[in-house]
Design a binder for this molecule. Structure first.
Ligand code: SAM
Length: 384
């Protein structure tokens, strides 16, 4: 059986946070040439648009340490254009970046404190290897080298910058969500998280969308990102990013996909924003969230829009998203009320441990909600 790229990357991600011996074993199992190929595919997803005005050829040599082989690639970088990759080291590279494979795997997919800066070598190459590069080219060489090095760095720019870069509307114009995401997700950044986002973006246009999925992939450099959409978005499949197709209002489909790809550390609902759909998805998927994880609901404003099944008249309407959130406050406090004889706590009563509601976005925390109610001996009315 040929291992899937996902399984191979998962193996490298796990090993990148492990001992040198485990890392060596994982690279041996995946195979050095294949591991280098997967690393190059990852680098492609991370490269920013170059800014160097003069075209620069950057040679990237990945030495298969312990083997007598290497993977050589030449990247041609020019301001405003996508990077071009070609096999082999072009004889006229202006700069060469040389990595040992295991260091590169750790750098790309390891926890950021384990990064191996300093183990790479950067060599300026000139026609005779002795001349200084021309004064005119120097700034371009520096900028091109930095474009590559930035892509290797596990630490990404902040989420607002990533949203703008990848074309997600989670920051700018209409929504201002990324600081909230940053606040809650920062502690998970070094974990090999599994994220499911409902709503890939781009609607019926099969080639567009995926902005937030690409943002999450860069932010969680060890994560695996799944995007669910009603439309076929499979053109966006790529390293650490898998597209699923389905209807967020169909509980059986959601349960099946979560059994196959979950449990998840993060689930985000940025789909139809129809109140009924949001509630269906939450009920079906909350059980598939890991303890310590977050369920996020975006665009709470549609709670007040009749067109989305919302209600702007009855603020206590139980069928809206805001109605759901209000009822969850009661679930969080279920231990403070007498329970009907023989009834067991619901999923949200038992496992919802925190709620953070901001303008238009809610973060629901999962854990074990069983601190125990206030003891019986505490007076039930003011006693002074
Ligand atoms: C607002 S866009 C998502 C934007 C994206 N998350 C981002 O931040 O870049 C909403 C997406 O939800 C999808 N969608 C709408 N109804 C859906 C449903 N019932 N099930 C699954 N996806 C749905 C749409 O096709 C659309 O692509």
């Amino acid at each position: 059986v040929t291992p899937s790229p996902t399984a191979e990357i998962q193996q490298l991600i796990a090993a990148a946070g492990d001992t040198p011996r485990a890392l060596r074993q994982a690279v041996d199992t995946v195979g050095p040439a294949r591991a280098a190929e997967l690393a190059l595919a990852e680098i492609r997803t991370r490269l920013n648009t170059p800014s160097n005005p003069h075209p620069i050829r950057v040679g990237l040599r990945i030495e298969h340490d312990g083997y007598d082989t290497a993977t050589d690639t030449t990247l041609t970088l020019t301001a405003g254009l996508p990077a071009e990759f070609a096999e082999g080291l072009h004889p006229e590279c202006q700069v060469r970046v040389i990595y040992r494979l295991k260091d590169l795997v750790r750098e790309l997919w390891g926890p950021d404190l384990a990064r191996t800066a300093g183990t790479r070598r950067i060599e300026l190459a000139t026609a005779h290897d002795t001349e200084f590069p021309s004064r005119e080219l120097q700034p371009s060489i520096a900028a091109a080298t930095s474009t590559l090095i930035d892509a290797l760095d596990p630490r990404s720019p902040d989420l607002g910058a990533l949203a703008l870069r990848h074309g997600s509307d989670k920051w700018g114009q209409t929504h201002w969500f990324t600081p909230h995401y940053e606040r809650h997700f920062a502690p998970l950044r070094n974990a090999p998280v599994r994220i499911l986002e409902i709503g890939v973006g781009g609607y019926a246009d099969t080639d567009s969308g995926g902005g937030s999925l690409k943002m999450w992939r860069r932010y969680f450099h060890r994560g695996t990102v799944f995007g669910l959409d009603w439309f076929d978005k499979s053109a966006l499949d790529g390293p650490r990013l898998q597209i699923l197709r389905g209807d967020q209002n169909d509980p059986a489909q959601l349960d099946a996909l979560a059994r196959e790809h979950g449990p998840f550390d993060i689930i985000i609902d940025d789909g139809s924003h129809v109140n009924e759909h949001v509630r269906t998805s939450f009920t079906a998927l909350f059980p598939h969230l890991r303890p310590g994880g977050f369920y996020v609901i975006e665009d709470l404003w549609t709670s007040y829009l009749p067109g989305y099944g919302g209600d702007d008249q009855d603020l206590n309407a139980p069928h809206t998203m805001i109605g759901l959130l209000k009822s969850l406050i009661d679930d969080l406090h279920h231990e403070e009320r007498d329970r009907a004889e023989g009834s067991a706590p619901t999923q949200t009563e038992a496992f919802l441990t925190g709620m953070h509601v901001y303008h238009n976005i809610a973060f629901l925390e999962k854990g074990v909600n069983a601190e125990g109610g206030i003891p019986r001996w505490m007076p039930r009315a003011p006693h002074w």
